[in-house]
Design a binder for this molecule. Structure first.
Ligand SMILES: NC(=O)C1=CN([C@@H]2O[C@H](COP(=O)(O)OP(=O)(O)OC[C@H]3O[C@@H](n4cnc5c(N)ncnc54)[C@H](O)[C@@H]3O)[C@@H](O)[C@H]2O)C=CC1
Ligand SMILES: O=C(O)C(=O)COP(=O)(O)O
Length: 523
């Protein structure tokens, strides 16, 4: 019998559903998880809310197969360690979104109408009507940062207030944002224009300090910032400094470094401070509990992993496209001659746009071969940032007939000037192909194996020269494509060879044909 530990306050439907399905359930909300695992080292599965699931806990539970976060954010679970131990981690997406969306509206109205203070002073026998002049939410400009389950519901729930809605989500295509009902807007513009800004991005390294001095400094006097996402997304020290200068920014927050009684670091800077109440409704608790139980049964009975958040890639994404991305990154890095990389812009066309975040670890692997491998998307993004690389997943243009293809533009710095190498690739019959390098289209060359790449002024006899130099080095040519860019009169040859071409051989061939650029890649 599989033993499930539920060390949290979760509606009994989870325990009851699992018991009825033949699971052994231990539910105990008042004892720390660290203590409970000592009594139940044979635990197969955990269902948690915000309780921390550390590497030590996972290491102690030798039978642990799955951890389900009954909720949205899973930054309390070390998902990388879980993957190393082959433990799947799931959340219950959307189960508590409505509770948070309603909390946000409650916070805005409570702040605008001074509900908390007015209740307190009226109880004390005071009559502070003049002091509590309020504001109205109706027709305000609201900026929503993070348009996932919660952000989208906020759009719906706000409708009756006739707002102007601005939205930002760096993984969402422009058209999708418009369909959701917001005007896609840059973060900077949101912070400059909105009366109310509400944050709904995940926590963790990729969003730490995301709302810092620069964005905060752009906020209008009298505007409101709401943080129901995670502690750390807002740089509260920067906010405190602005407030100390007399800037009128209201800060309403629900999130803290630790979910426990005691001093709160945000107390001095916050105008409304709640004890992580976002998901705390009877309805959300029941929904998350039921989902957690159903997902666990589907996981063990049917192998359903659709809600796993620490898998190598989501179901539906062809691993060949991940491999292609790594190859494009490698190719562009070598074409960029190993110069310091400053930025990478990618476009994922066709169905690939849905999975765009999952390509980030592969881009990292291609452009920085010595960086840590096997990172989750958010951590890979953070790693690129730490290496001083600006990474952007661009908006695909729907009118381009590129089907499921990937464009990667890698910008290096050469003598202080930006130089961009642009490559595009596709997967055909399972084979990763490079289809374009800069202005040379129609390449369709298999990226696997050894490729010699040469750019030169187009003229007769060049391929023969290359062939004879390779032959004298004992290297056989397996395949050649050599399209011409008629606009500049240059040709680019991609020559597949049976052996890697050494740097010396590349230099010799380059000199022999007076190449404009030359490099060799082995993948
Ligand atoms: N206060 C509370 O009680 C609760 C807080 N939360 C927090 O809210 C977060 C969001 O929850 P959901 O909407 O359910 O998650 P979700 O995963 O559906 O949506 C998150 C959205 O943020 C976007 N995003 C990620 N990084 C971004 C970045 N750097 N810039 C812009 N957009 C970015 C994603 O593309 C995604 O669309 C959770 O991760 C959790 O931390 C969630 C539930 C309750
Ligand atoms: O679902 C989330 O991300 C939350 O923050 C809710 O946390 P909780 O389940 O109330 O501890």
């Amino acid at each position: 019998m599989k033993k499930v530990l539920i060390p949290t306050k979760l509606e009994s439907i989870a325990a009851n559903t699992l018991k009825a399905a033949g699971y052994e359930i231990i539910q105990e909300a008042d004892t720390p998880l660290e203590e409970q695992i000592k009594q139940h080292p044979d635990t197969t599965a955990l269902i948690v809310r915000s309780e921390k699931v550390t590497p030590e806990i996972m290491d102690a539970l030798l039978n642990l197969k799955v951890v389900i976060r009954a909720g949205a954010g899973y930054d309390n679970i070390d998902i990388v360690h879980a993957r190393k131990k082959n433990i799947d981690v799931m959340n219950t997406p959307g189960a508590n979104s409505n509770a948070v969306a309603e909390e946000v509206i409650a916070m805005i109205l409570a702040y605008y109408r001074h509900i908390v203070d007015a209740d307190n002073t009226t109880r004390q026998g005071l009559w502070e009507k003049k002091r509590y002049m309020g504001s109205e939410l109706t027709k305000k400009t609201v900026g929503i940062v993070g348009l996932g389950n919660i952000g989208r519901l906020i759009v719906k729930r706000l409708q009756g207030f006739e707002p102007t809605l601005l939205g930002y989500d760096h993984f969402l295509a422009r058209q999708r944002a418009i369909n959701i009902g917001v005007t896609p807007t840059s973060l900077e513009e949101i912070f400059e224009q909105a009366d109310i800004i509400t944050l709904h991005v995940p926590g963790g390294p990729s969003t730490k300090g995301m709302v810092g001095a620069d964005l905060l400094g752009r906020m209008k006097n009298g505007s409101v910032l709401i943080n129901c996402s995670r502690y750390g997304v807002v740089d509260e020290e920067a906010l405190a400094a602005l407030k100390a200068e007399g800037r009128k920014i209201a800060y309403l927050t629900d999130v803290h470094p630790k979910d426990a009684a005691g001093d709160k670091p945000s107390a001095a800077v916050a105008d409304l401070l709640l004890p992580h109440l976002g998901a705390n409704t009877i309805e959300a608790n029941a929904k998350a509990a039921r989902r957690a139980a159903e997902q666990m049964i589907a996981y063990f009975d049917e192998g359903n992993t659709s809600c796993v958040v620490n898998g190598e890639s989501p179901t539906g994404l062809n691993p060949a496209h991940l491999h292609l991305t790594m190859m494009l990154g490698t190719f562009a890095r070598i074409a960029g001659e190993g110069k310091p990389i400053r930025r990478i812009d990618c476009t994922f066309y066709g169905d690939l746009r849905t999975y765009r975040k999952w390509f980030t670890p592969k881009i990292l692997e291609g452009v920085l071969p010595h960086a840590e491998k096997g990172l989750m998307p958010e951590a890979a993004e953070e790693s690129l940032r730490e290496h001083g690389i600006v990474f952007k997943a661009r908006e695909p243009m729907d009118d381009k007939p590129y089907e499921d293809s990937i464009t990667l533009d890698l910008t290096t710095e050469v003598d202080g000037e930006p130089v961009t190498t642009s490559v595009r690739g596709v997967v055909t019959e399972g084979i990763p192909m490079i289809s374009r390098i800069n202005t040379f289209h129609g390449l369709y060359s298999d990226m696997r194996g050894n490729t010699l790449v040469l750019r030169y002024k187009d003229r007769p006899g060049v391929i023969a020269l290359i062939g004879s130099t390779l032959a004298s080095a004992g290297i056989n040519i397996d395949n050649i494509v050599a399209p011409i860019d008629h606009a500049c009169g240059e040709a680019m040859a991609l020559i597949k060879t049976n052996k890697p071409v050494t740097d010396e051989q590349v230099a010799e061939i380059s000199k022999g044909i007076d190449a404009l650029s030359a490099f060799a890649v082995s993948l």
